[in-house]
Design a protein around this ligand. Structure first.
Ligand code: 8OZ
Length: 368
């Protein structure tokens, strides 16, 4: 990865997010690493991994399932058991000792799962019984996802309550807040978008109905821990995990307008195709930013220069980097100095041990 010095600007200035002060505008994006231990407890190197990256203004953890049914890949951590809460406590302590701030991403995969990961080997759940043409990670390999069953209307309050409980657990684990994962074709996104939501109850059909579950989740989580400690991530035009919508501008415009009445601290937007081109489909992100009353975190394919420009021009309050943070624990310092970036090693993204996780080199201190 090449890097040119970021134009002097506001990326390195502090930012007040909800009730907390971030020391810069650089966010570590949520990154799935599949290194959890037995019981889906954060693994032995997780505290060190996150603490190494604590100079980011805000760390957002890897997606963490809110319930056993919410899991879709092997060795992803949860935030529903006492052991998981205790495991995350070691992570939040390590990050806070270094002066960092950390939110946990709350995840339910919906249909993006496999029977072998589901309680009792049952099918995964989704708004509608439509299989995703996508793969998940089981037994150290990618496998086709299993066909889901449609959730009954009467089951939805239980899903909302699992998010609420997970948010309470996150606070018990010492997190500064939570990010509701409503992106990338997982459960909430499956309810939002009309390629995956074919329901005929109050949670399907019209845009008003399709946003209902996401808003109920947001309201429950905010009631539990306060809007200052809650963000939400969306990916309006990303096809990730075999998903699409016939009118993303209307859908996400409506969602954001309704969210304002609940008062989450931030909106985190994957612009374009997740991990891919930013211009895969036309979308006016500026309109979302202007419509939303809280902070806007931009993500996806931002180079240091593009990030500095987005913040300097006021198109984003914060910018989240993913792969660059895998390979550069001291990304903030490297951007400040205009230093070269380490290249991420794709072979160690998912699963494994400390290799490709906690062993990326940092810069030597600058000579005085
Ligand atoms: C990569 C591999 C597995 C899961 C996402 C949680 O896309 C993920 C994820 C990414 O949001």
């Amino acid at each position: 990865m090449t890097n040119t010095p970021a134009p002097s600007g506001t990326l390195f200035e502090p930012f007040r997010l909800g009730g907390i002060e971030l020391r810069n505008r650089i966010v570590m994006a949520p990154l799935t690493r599949n290194r959890a231990s037995a019981g889906n407890v954060p693994g032995p190197f997780a505290a060190e991994y996150y603490a190494q990256r604590a100079s980011a203004g805000l760390l957002i953890t890897e997606a963490s399932q809110i319930s056993p049914e919410g899991q879709g890949y092997e060795a992803t951590p949860g935030i529903h058991s006492p052991e998981q809460i205790a495991g995350w406590r070691t992570v939040t302590n390590a990050v806070h000792r270094k002066g960092g701030r950390i939110f946990i991403q709350l995840w339910h995969v919906g249909r993006v799962s496999h029977v072998s990961l589901q309680p009792g080997g049952r099918p995964p759940v989704a708004p509608s019984a439509i299989a995703a043409k996508t793969k998940t990670w089981v037994g150290g390999d990618f496998v086709e996802t299993s066909t889901p069953r449609a959730l009954r209307t009467g089951e939805l309050p239980g899903i909302v309550d699992a998010y609420r409980q997970a948010a309470a657990n996150a606070i018990a684990a010492g997190f500064d807040g939570v990010e509701v994962h409503a992106a990338n074709g997982y459960l909430l996104d499956q309810f939002l978008r009309d390629s995956t939501n074919h329901r005929s109850d109050d949670y399907g059909g019209t845009i008003e109905n399709r946003v209902r579950l996401t808003l109920e989740v947001l309201r429950a989580v905010i009631d539990e821990i306060g809007g200052d400690r809650v963000g939400i991530r969306i990916s309006p035009v990303s096809p990730a995990n075999d998903i699409s919508d016939s009118n993303p501008s209307a859908l996400f415009g409506h969602l954001v307008a309704r969210m304002n009445t609940l008062g989450p601290a931030y909106l985190h937007v994957i612009e374009g195709a997740t991990g891919g081109p930013r211009d895969n489909a036309p979308f006016d992100y500026g309109a979302l930013r202007r419509a939303f009353k809280g902070a806007y975190i931009a993500n996806n394919g931002y180079t240091p220069a593009l990030a500095a420009e987005a913040v300097a021009q006021g198109r984003a309050d914060l910018v989240a980097f993913g792969k660059a943070f895998i390979a550069n624990p001291d990304l903030v310092e490297r951007l400040r100095r205009g230093a070269p970036l380490n290249e991420p090693d794709k072979a160690t993204f998912y699963g494994g041990d400390a290799k490709g996780y906690t062993d990326y080199p940092v810069l030597q201190p600058e000579p005085a």
